[in-house]
Ligand binder design. Structure first.
Ligand SMILES: *[C@@H]1O[C@H](CO)[C@@H](O)[C@H](O)[C@H]1NC(C)=O
Ligand SMILES: *[C@@H]1O[C@H](CO)[C@@H](O)[C@H](O)[C@H]1NC(C)=O
Ligand SMILES: *[C@@H]1O[C@H](CO)[C@@H](O)[C@H](O)[C@H]1NC(C)=O
Length: 333
């Protein structure tokens, strides 16, 4: 009898302790979302596959710009990967294993509840500062990050929007479209009409001296953005030049505005803060900044557009480079 009662009393105590524990656990889980994450000392394991964990979303996308086949598998054999024994994952249950945890600067930060000391926190951003409040979360990230990953060459990890690397196989480029069959001069697809680079002012002046067809809501021509590929195909058959003007003049800031037309038979005319002689293939683009005025540029384009040999020279690079996407580049660097 007494022993049963004693057991009951003991049992009661245990239940109390366990409930208190569960209660605390729930509380800590609830409040754990706040920046005070606990720190646990861990050592990086040298000889195993490195794990890169995508922690925040990237414009609401959990898997960022990686395809399903690229996630969770060892990324060996990629042409641009200097390191091959690594995996990229968006599986948050692998936090303990992760060597690098990535945060997208534009998305609100939410922190892992535990920070393991072997881990590097990396912040990733591909937008220029300034426009549209991209950097509203910058202060929240301050003091917690170990590596910067962005489009600048001086970032800890430089990740361009796309990159063209010298190709292994070379050969003579066979042009598909004759200059004579292109009926029009300049195409400008654009969706932000007023920008800090003031490209719209430049184009207004340029269009006084050469015809510029403006596609999108800033102009009168239409081609749906959802049909990028067929638009570009139509443009390469119709136009000689493509304005690849950035919305911000920032160091090293070169976007898909350049890399998209480079995949087609269009000669891009660039305006931006990038070093195009380093980041674009040799003799592939015309830089507006090399001209004293929009009028000078227009005159140059008019002449070039009548000269088959010189014009075609802008496609000669095409067999000497191959393009590497952002996801391929970022993996394992
Ligand atoms: C890791 O591999 C290197 C070279 O193969 C070896 O020298 C080293 O002892 C290994 N380290 C551990 C912790 O196993
Ligand atoms: C990363 O940065 C944090 C905050 O500055 C620091 O406490 C931590 O030791 C760094 N981690 C590594 C692996 O260097
Ligand atoms: C651009 O890059 C080239 C090649 O790397 C370099 O020689 C040149 O100085 C750079 N120009 C500027 C303005 O930084």
């Amino acid at each position: 009898m007494t022993s049963t009662r004693l057991w009951r009393r003991q049992n009661y105590k245990y239940v109390l302790v366990v409930s208190l524990f569960v209660f605390l656990l729930l509380i800590s889980k609830y409040f754990g979302e706040y920046p005070t994450s606990s720190v646990v000392c861990t050592k990086a394991s040298e000889n195993r596959t490195k794990v890169i964990l995508l922690w925040t979303t990237w414009f609401d996308k959990k898997s960022w710009f990686f395809s399903k086949s690229e996630l969770g598998r060892s990324l060996s054999g990629k042409k641009s990967c200097p390191i091959t024994d690594c995996v990229v994952t968006d599986d948050q249950s692998r936090l303990r294993e992760a060597d690098v945890v990535l945060f997208h600067y534009k998305d609100p930060p939410y922190w892992p509840t535990t920070r393991y000391t072997h881990q590097y926190y990396g912040h990733f951003v591909q937008e220029p500062p300034g426009d549209r409040g991209w950097f509203s979360f910058i202060e929240k990230y301050e003091g917690r990050m170990n590596i910067t990953i962005n489009f600048r060459h001086d970032a800890d990890i430089f990740v361009p929007y796309s990159v063209l690397v010298p190709a292994k196989k070379r050969g003579e480029y066979k042009q598909r479209i004759a200059l004579a069959s292109k009926r029009k001069s300049v195409v400008w697809p654009v969706s932000h009409c007023g920008t800090s680079s003031q490209r719209e002012v430049y184009v207004e002046e340029l269009s006084k001296h050469i015809d510029v067809d403006i596609y999108g809501k800033c102009g009168t021509h239409r081609c749906p953005r959802t049909r990028t590929h067929s638009c570009l195909e139509y443009w390469e058959n119709t136009y000689k030049f493509y304005l690849a003007f950035e919305n911000n003049i920032c160091d090293d800031y070169i976007t898909e505005k350049l890399f998209q037309p480079l995949e087609y038979e269009l000669v891009p005319v660039v305006l931006g803060g990038g070093n195009y002689s380093r980041d674009a293939p040799t003799h592939s683009v015309i830089n507006a900044r090399d001209f004293n005025s929009p009028k000078d540029l227009a005159n140059f384009l008019l002449e070039l557009g009548e000269d088959d040999e010189r014009y075609n020279g802008y496609f000669r690079w095409k067999t000497s480079y191959e393009s590497v996407s952002m996801s391929e580049w970022l993996s394992c660097r």
